[in-house]
Write a protein that binds this ligand. Structure first.
Ligand code: GDP
Length: 456
C-alpha cells in the first residue's frame, strides 16, 4: 500500500444535491487543487481555512466553489486534504473529478480515506469500523454505540491489557533462553491474575454482543399465546395494517409470519406464531414445535393472553412453560375491553412481573404504551450509558479466540513448559491485536475497508 498517491472521490451522496463535496487526500492534494483553482494561491494558505474561487479546465470555467484546506498532519487522514464544495450537479461533480484525475490524482477505492486514517495512526481498526457504523446508524441507540466505539471504546481498554500481556510474553521468552537453569522470570501468580482480569473484560464484551447486535441488526421478537388470545389482531394493531389473518376459529395462524416494527429506530422483527396449547392435529403440532424453537432463538417474548377468559391456572401453566433463563418476557393481557371493569391483576398474584401491560388489540387501547414497553424490555433496561458494546462479528470472533487461547494458558500454566505457554500467549496477543489493528494482514484490511463506500 503506497500513500504517495493523491486520491480523489465524491464525499457526499451521488445524485443531485444543493452541494457536492469532492475530497482529495495525499501529498499533492493542495498543489493539484491549486492547479485548477482560480483565486488565491492555495499553496500559501494556512491549514483549516476556506477560500472562495472557481474551478476551470484551461479557459473553460466549470463552477464557483469553496475550497477547505487541511494541511498534514491536521486532517482526517493525517495527509494533506482538500475539500471542494461545488454545486451538486452530477455533471459538474464528474467534470471536476475528471479534471483532478487529469492533474495527477487517482480515484479513491472504497474506504480508502479511512484506511489511510488507520494506516497513519489517526484511528485504530475498531474505530475505523465505528466510522462505518456511525454513518449507517439509524437510531439513538446505534448512534451512541458507534460513537462510543469511535471514541476508543473497548479498544483502549484491550490495548492496555494487551500491553501488560506483552510484558509477560517477553519474560517467558527470556525463560526459554535460560532453559537449562530452570528459572522463572514471569511470576505465575501475577500472570494468572492478569489473565483473569483480561477474561473478565473479554467475557463481558462477548456477552454484550447480543444487545449490540440487536441494536444494529434488529431484535427477534416472538408473539406467543394460546389460540384466539388475539396475537394476529395485536400484530395488526402494532403494524397498523391488516397483515396477519384474523379469524374466530382457534388455531388458524398455523405458520409463522414475520414483520418488522420500528420503535425509536430499533427494528423489532415480530414473529407471530401458531398458538401454544396441546395440539390436536399434526399441522398444528408442527406449528407449536416451531413456536418453541422460535422462542428459544428470540431476544424478546411477548406473551399474549385473553384477560377476559384466561384462568389463573392456565396462565400460571403457560408462564411456567415459557419462562426460560435468558428469555426476556413481556406479559400482555389482551381484550380488556371485555372486562367491564373487572380487576385484571387478580389473575397473577404470584408473579411480580413488572413487564406487564394490559391492552385491547381490537380497540387499539394502550398500543403506544405497549410499544414503549417493548422498547424498554429489549433495549433500555439493558443499556447502560457508559457501557461498551461489541456490535461487530469480527470483534466477537477475535474475542472468543482470545478467550480460548487464554484458557489454554491458564490450564497449562502449572503443567506445560515455558515454550508452550509462550505459544499460547502469543496467540492470545495475536487475536487481541486483530481487534485494535496492532496485528493486521492485507486480507483483513481489504475485507474491512472494501465494505465502505467510495469517498469514506
Ligand atoms: P390469535 O389466534 O391469537 O391470532 O387471535 P386473533 O387475533 O385471530 O383473534 C381471535 C379473536 O379475538 C378475533 O375474533 C378477534 O377479533 C378477537 N380479539 C382480538 N383482540 C381482541 C380485543 O382486544 N378485544 C376483543 N373484544 N376481541 C379481540
Amino acid at each position: 500500500m503506497t500513500n504517495d498517491q493523491t486520491i480523489v472521490a465524491l464525499a457526499t451522496p451521488t445524485g443531485t444535491g444543493a452541494i457536492g463535496i469532492i475530497r482529495l487526500s495525499g501529498p499533492e492534494a493542495i498543489t493539484i487543487a491549486n492547479s485548477v483553482f482560480k483565486g488565491k494561491d492555495l499553496t500559501r494558505q494556512a491549514s483549516h481555512t476556506i477560500h472562495f474561487g472557481s474551478i476551470a479546465d484551461g479557459d473553460m470555467l466549470l463552477d464557483e466553489v469553496l475550497v477547505s484546506l487541511f494541511i498534514a498532519p491536521r486532517s482526517y487522514t493525517k495527509e494533506n486534504v482538500v475539500e471542494i464544495s461545488c454545486h451538486g450537479s452530477a455533471y459538474i461533480i464528474e467534470s471536476i473529478i475528471k479534471l483532478l484525475i487529469k492533474k495527477g490524482a487517482r480515484s479513491a477505492k472504497a474506504g480508502e480515506f479511512t484506511l489511510r486514517a488507520f494506516l497513519n495512526g489517526q484511528l485504530d481498526l475498531s474505530q475505523a469500523e465505528a466510522v462505518a457504523d456511525l454513518i449507517a446508524s439509524n437510531s439513538k441507540a446505534s448512534q451512541q454505540v458507534a460513537l462510543n466505539q469511535l471514541r476508543g471504546g473497548f479498544s483502549n481498554q484491550l490495548q492496555a491489557l494487551r500491553d501488560q500481556l506483552v510484558q509477560f510474553a517477553s519474560l517467558i521468552e527470556l525463560e526459554l533462553d535460560f532453559a537449562e537453569e530452570d528459572v522463572e522470570f514471569a511470576n505465575r501468580d501475577q500472570l494468572k491474575k492478569l489473565i483473569n482480569e483480561i477474561n473478565r473484560v473479554i467475557g463481558s464484551l462477548i456477552r454484550s454482543f447480543e444487545l449490540g447486535n440487536a441494536i444494529k441488526q434488529g431484535v427477534n421478537t416472538v408473539i406467543a399465546g394460546r389460540p384466539n388470545a388475539g396475537k394476529s389482531t395485536l400484530l395488526n394493531a402494532l403494524l397498523n395494517e391488516e397483515r396477519a389473518i384474523v379469524s374466530h376459529i382457534p388455531g388458524t395462524t398455523r405458520d409463522t409470519i414475520e414483520e418488522v416494527l420500528n420503535i425509536q429506530g430499533i427494528n423489532f422483527r415480530l414473529i407471530d406464531t401458531a398458538g401454544i396449547r396441546e395440539a390436536t392435529d399434526t399441522i398444528e403440532q408442527i406449528g407449536v414445535q416451531r413456536t418453541m424453537e422460535k422462542i428459544s432463538q428470540s431476544a424478546l417474548l411477548i406473551y399474549v393472553y385473553d384477560a377476559s377468559e384466561m384462568t389463573e391456572k392456565d396462565l400460571n401453566q403457560d408462564i411456567e412453560s415459557l419462562q426460560k433463563p435468558g428469555i426476556n418476557m413481556l406479559l400482555v393481557a389482551n381484550k380488556i375491553d371485555l372486562l367491564n371493569g373487572a380487576p385484571i391483576l387478580l389473575y397473577f398474584p404470584a408473579y411480580g412481573f413488572s413487564n406487564l401491560i394490559s391492552i385491547s388489540a381490537k380497540e387499539k387501547l394502550h398500543i403506544d404504551d405497549l410499544k414503549s414497553s417493548i422498547y424498554n424490555a429489549a433495549i433500555k433496561s439493558q443499556l447502560n450509558d457508559d457501557e461498551t458494546l461489541v456490535t461487530n462479528i469480527r470483534h466477537l470472533e477475535a474475542l472468543q479466540k482470545t478467550e480460548d487461547a487464554l484458557s489454554r494458558v491458564l490450564y497449562g500454566m502449572d503443567s506445560v513448559t515455558s515454550d508452550f505457554l509462550a505459544m499460547d500467549i502469543k496467540q492470545a496477543l495475536h487475536y487481541l491485536g486483530e481487534i485494535t489493528g496492532a496485528v493486521t494482514t492485507d486480507d483483513l484490511l481489504e475485507n474491512i475497508f472494501s465494505k465502505f463506500c467510495i469517498g469514506k
